[in-house]
Design a protein around this ligand. Sequence first.
Ligand code: ADP
Length: 435
Amino acid sequence: MKELKAELQAISVILTIAFSSYLFSEYFFIVLCVALFSYLSWHLYQLQRFYTLFINNKKITMPPPAGLWGLLYQTLDERQIRWQHYRHNKRRIFSRFQQAFKHFPYAVIILDNSWRINWYNNSCRKLFTKNSTIMHTNLADLINHPVLNEYIEAADFSSPLEIQSPIDKVSILSLQFIPLSSDKKQETLLIIRDITASFHLDQTRKDFIANVTHELKTPLTVFNGFLEPMCEDLREKKEDLPPHWAYSIELMHQQSLRMNDIVNELLLLSKLEISGAAAAMDIINMSEFINDSIHNAELFSGESSHKITTDIQQDLNLKGDRKIIKTIINNLLVNAIKYTPRHSHITIFWYSRPDKAYLIVKDSGEGIAARHLARLTERFYRVESGRSRDKGGTGLGLAIVNHALIRHQGELQISSETGHGSSFRCIFPKERISD
Ligand code: ADP
């Protein structure tokens, strides 16, 4: 290293001067002391100067000395330039972020780790208060809502929270929390949207479906009431009708029964969707429940003779609504039978892992192509509508299962591969488990 060489050269010059003074005079010791003192003073001066520049983060203006100090000054200078670039970039990004969010149509808030407001944009002012500042206000004071406290305590921000506006009771707000985990201060970004219009539209849609299906129920019951005995009479040859009439009546009966199924399932789905309340907490002995459903499923399978087996954690009970849980198991089992060839294997698993319980219906049927999986829980979505209809499907079964699970704070996960069967996993949170 050439700087070290320069330093050694300086020391050798001092020693040469001292040694020469020894040859020509008797002041060798004094000359050596003076030379060493000067050398040390110069180093101390450089050290102090370096310290001052480093601490005050000042730019180096004087020309750097040669040797090791020169190298240190140069390195410090380069670091300072890099640091200034970094700070400049950071400031520019922050000011862009502020500019972008200032006029953002949604309210944006940055909360600190005690849920106090650290920053907010103009839209936030419009949503909450036009006059006073909300800076450093606690979120719970700004939006005083018991549901908000529960939501924050649960710390699951995967889906937004929908609540009434604190200042205008007819408005509905959607709150999306995004933890800024990379930040050591653990700040949270909160985006608030006014979703009143879409909320009411969705509510109107749900009410409309519920009302229409409810209105259809009575005339359908009347049709079925008349068609049922007519078909029986025709089958028992009590009535003598031309063959095309007999066929038409039989078809009308079949279709009205089908419509009845659709109406019943739509009514159930509407009920599950409209009621926001959590499902009941009855203690359900799942082992008994599953075996019961298997018995019905085997009757449904009939001559197709599906082989249904179980793998059940016996001591594990579920806290839920009996009727709804039965609907979940029945729907999944009936689907497994409908979409699995004769004599094939279906397995039901029921077990718990540290903080979740799993109900899985696995079949060895034809499977479902990946592109359909995300849409299977939409109402009336069918992979092959003709086939589903032939098997008495309404396209509502999985939508019902999905909503039934939401009422239990659970979720439905579907995995499948064409030709390798499907697996429907109902996941329940630990609050729903009972030993
Ligand atoms: P459906 O009344 O038509 O069975 P679902 O909502 O229960 O309606 O199911 C939606 C679609 O998902 C079905 O039409 C079928 O194509 C597919 N599906 C459901 N379960 C299975 C399964 N176990 N195996 C293969 N496909 C299935």
